[in-house]
Design a protein around this ligand. Structure first.
Ligand code: UT7
Length: 320
């Protein structure tokens, strides 16, 4: 028994912000952002919250799957930007959708969050613990940005994506996941500082800090490796894969992975142009766009690969 994706959903804030909009409030340009990253615009929250977007994506995925809220036994949300430190975003989503029979918790794995959530659900399902799960990636990274740091804030966007997964004979064939805590300093966001009566800390607002070129080098080295690995684990070769759904961090990273694997770029669908980097939400948003457009045929082989803060990275190969 394996794990099959039977419904997907996505949600982004209504406020679309173009590169030209950003150029009006900081020293940047559409030319710099687009040529360096492939991003044209992103959506940023005004009134929406991480939970709002996650619950919206979840409801769509359940409707498409034809699964009622009481059937869901497990909810895992990949996020680093929930509305609350606790309760978890997954518990907040559980309440919104009325999934009274589910156990719910979050996974913090940066931009690999959705992939690790999916793989965790797969571990439960393939071992017979649960039959039906809801997995999500949901982020409001705009609130974690230093908006005076143009090298980082222009890259990210807000959004959520969801998938309902169920036990089935067809679905996930192989997974691979990795972490390198020693390398994690290149992409960080501190938590609030201790402020108990025995410490003297200056309270500053913590924001995302990224050594962009180091993250870039890590991604173009490790992503092709883990894709090769997952394909071999499934007893296949990269030529057998129909679609590679990569975390949408930078179009140049995706092009480099395509070159290193010697696979045509046409097999790497992208939507970074429209959403920027939505961290854990980027893979499920792309998945839902393609699924909703009827792109996938039964039997198609799909590899998803995520990478980001931790450092974390991994890949999942499935048959649609
Ligand atoms: O999802 C998590 C993973 N994150 C990533 O995958 C990010 C990976 N890294 C990247 O995508 C790229 O490294 C960036 C897009 C972040 C940066 O691209 P780059 O080609 O490495 O540019 P750079 O950092 O070397 O900056 C080049 C120049 C600098 O000016 P000088 O020193 O050459 O005069 C920057 O000050 O571009 C300048 N710059 C900007 N100019 C206009 C930096 N940010 C901006 C900006 N607009 N927003």
């Amino acid at each position: 028994m394996t794990t099959r994706i039977i419904g997907t959903g996505r949600s982004v804030p209504s406020r679309k912000v173009t590169n030209d909009d950003l150029a009006k409030i900081m020293d940047t340009s559409d030319e710099w952002i687009y040529t360096r990253t492939g991003i044209h615009n992103r959506h940023l929250v005004e009134t929406e919250t991480t939970t709002d977007m996650a619950a919206d994506a979840a409801k769509q995925a359940m409707e498409k799957a034809g699964v009622g809220s009481e059937e869901i036994e497990l909810i895992i949300v990949g996020t680093v930007s929930g509305d609350m430190c606790y309760p978890s975003t997954a518990c907040l989503v559980q309440e919104r959708i009325g999934a009274v029979n589910a156990v719910a918790y979050d996974i913090s794995a940066g931009c690999s969050g959705f992939l690790f959530a999916l793989n965790a659900a797969h571990a439960y399902i393939s071992s017979g613990v649960y039959k039906c799960a809801l997995v999500l990636g949901a982020e409001t990274l705009s609130k974690m940005m230093d908006w005076s740091d143009r090298s980082t804030c222009v890259l990210f966007g807000d959004g959520a994506g969801a998938a309902v997964v169920k036990a089935d004979a067809t679905g996930i064939k192989a997974i691979t996941q990795h972490s390198d805590g020693a390398g994690g300093g290149v992409l960080t966001c501190e938590n609030r500082a201790s402020n108990n009566p025995y410490v003297k800390n200056e309270i500053t607002l913590p924001y995302t800090k990224m050594a962009g070129q180091d993250v870039f080098k890590f991604a173009v080295k490790m992503v092709p490796r883990c894709i090769q690995d997952v394909v071999e684990k499934a007893g296949m070769s990269v030529e057998d894969v129909d679609y590679f759904l990569l975390h949408q961090a930078n179009k140049r990273i995706i092009e480099s992975v395509s070159k290193r694997l010697n696979v045509p770029i046409e097999k790497f669908p992208t939507n970074i142009e429209h959403y920027g980097n939505t961290s854990a939400a980027s893979i499920p948003i792309l998945l839902d766009e393609l699924n909703s457009a009827g792109t996938f045929k039964k039997g198609d082989v799909i590899v998803m690969s995520g990478f980001g803060a931790g450092l974390t990275w991994g890949a999942t190969l499935l048959e649609w």
